[in-house]
Design a protein. Structure first.
Length: 125
């Protein structure tokens, strides 16, 4: 399992892309997707929602459990990935590509996020 070097990671196992034009993409890591098992339902924040770093903003349901989705940043949701709502298995099969969850207009510079190497050490992945 390899964590892409260009992303930053939260201790709640979400990833955040670099902020481009004020917007960043959020998803869950391969480690989290594997730990959850087969994801069967995804509840994402809606476009226009204000989300806060470290607070829940959605839910992922798998055949094993239900897990809260935490926002790694504070900002306004500008896009939700309808593809993962329609086909939640994308989160398992492509967590860093087509399985991304939402895009957010970042209000504050992200704090307390880990580099790929720090996340790998933290998660043991």
């Amino acid at each position: 399992m390899s964590n892409p070097q260009h992303l930053r990671y939260s201790k709640e196992h979400e990833w955040l892309s670099a902020v481009e034009d004020g917007v960043a993409t959020v998803g869950i890591t391969e480690h989290a997707a594997n730990a959850l098992g087969d994801i069967v339902f995804v509840q994402l924040p809606e476009v226009g929602d204000t989300i806060t770093a470290g607070e829940t903003c959605g839910e992922l349901e798998s055949t094993k459990s239900v897990s809260d989705l935490y926002s790694p940043v504070t900002g306004e949701v500008v896009e939700a990935n309808q593809d993962v709502v329609d086909d939640p298995a994308l989160v398992n099969s492509a967590p860093f590509e087509g399985g991304w969850l939402f895009k957010v207009r970042v209000a504050d510079e992200p704090q307390d996020l880990l580099s790929a190497d720090e996340y790998t050490e933290f998660s043991g992945s």
